[in-house]
Design a protein around this ligand. Structure first.
Ligand code: GLU
Length: 304
């Protein structure tokens, strides 16, 4: 008998760097609808891992906006600020596997994509089991490491991780756990089977898959949505003035997100967010989403 299918578990994992804006609502709506359409569970994770980048009250404001838009997590929200012990345990597992080394390159020394250029891996070779409690830690990626995966929207991906993003940081110099490590530990802990998120994270996925393999975790299915970009080509985000969403306009905001995602327009008679989401989840199809890495804000009639 074939094994029973693994139940679908999706998630939305915002960083509390500012209020919810259209770009982040799109990721929330797409991950929610994909989960609902597949009869799955939808989880929320607050990625409050990096206090210097965070904004006071942003976490509460994001969660309140999600509620106003009818987007309710099925389990209690996981806060990364409460997960340090789990991240430390994962670092110790990597260390026991002889995969970590400490790096004391200064910012000015770093190569493309933040690569270590100081020969720290070689220098550290003899003391891999003695990773210090402070300073940057990197995971050693074999030079010939290739990661491949089929993204549900962006198609087949192929990265020579060992050359393109070698020996990436898993604990930062300031002692904070790196996003790549935390997201892998938490996707595993939350039993996430499907990741639907913005294409700005497409190049993080091979690093995350590398860590999943190193830690013996399963790899979820990935779907990277097109990003809304500002005229400078950067992600349309809180950092470049994407206006916050007004909760009072939640039904219209959902309609806008659905239009961006190429989904059928809910009839005008549907005025409540729950009815709009129900309509959309019944008709949800990833095939209708434009299979593009980015769409300019101006093409959507959005102001910058
Ligand atoms: N916290 C990340 C962000 O807001 C998203 C992480 C993820 O979806 O993997 O960009």
């Amino acid at each position: 008998m074939p094994p029973p299918p693994v139940p679908y578990r999706g998630r939305f994992a915002p960083s509390p760097t500012g209020p919810l804006h259209l770009g982040s609502l799109i990721a929330a709506v797409a991950s929610y609808l994909d989960a609902r359409h597949h009869g799955g569970v939808w989880l929320l994770r607050m990625e409050d891992l990096d206090p210097p980048r965070e904004q006071a009250d942003a976490a509460a404001s994001i969660l309140s906006s999600l509620r106003h838009h009818g987007l309710h997590g099925d389990e209690p929200t996981l806060y990364q600020s409460e997960r340090h012990a789990a991240y430390r345990a994962a670092l110790m597992a990597l260390q026991r596997a002889g995969m970590l080394f400490s790096c004391d390159c200064t910012r000015a020394m770093l190569g493309p994509n933040g690569a270590c250029t100081g020969g720290c891996r070689e220098r550290d070779r003899n003391k891999r089991n003695a990773a210090p409690d402070t300073g940057a830690l990197r995971v050693a990626v074999p030079a010939d490491c290739v990661i491949e995966f089929a993204d549900a929207l962006q198609g087949q991906q192929h990265t020579t991780l060992g050359l393109d993003l070698p020996d990436f940081v898993v604990r930062r110099k300031d002692g904070l756990f790196a996003y790549q490590l935390a997201v892998v530990v938490d996707d595993h802990a939350q039993g996430v089977t499907h990741v639907v998120r913005g294409a700005d994270l497409l190049d993080s996925t091979p690093r995350q898959m590398f860590l999943q393999r190193a830690l013996g975790y399963a790899t979820p299915a990935y779907c990277h949505l097109p990003l809304i970009t500002a005229s400078d080509g950067q992600k349309y985000s809180k950092q470049n003035n994407a206006p916050p969403l007004h909760n009072a306009d939640a039904p219209d905001n959902l309609r806008q997100a659905l239009a961006f995602l190429g989904q059928p327009a809910p009839p005008g008679t549907l005025r409540e967010v729950d009815a709009i989401l129900q309509f959309a989840s019944a008709r949800w199809s990833v095939e209708r989403i434009p299979a593009l890495p980015a769409i300019p804000a101006t093409a959507l009639g959005l102001t910058e």
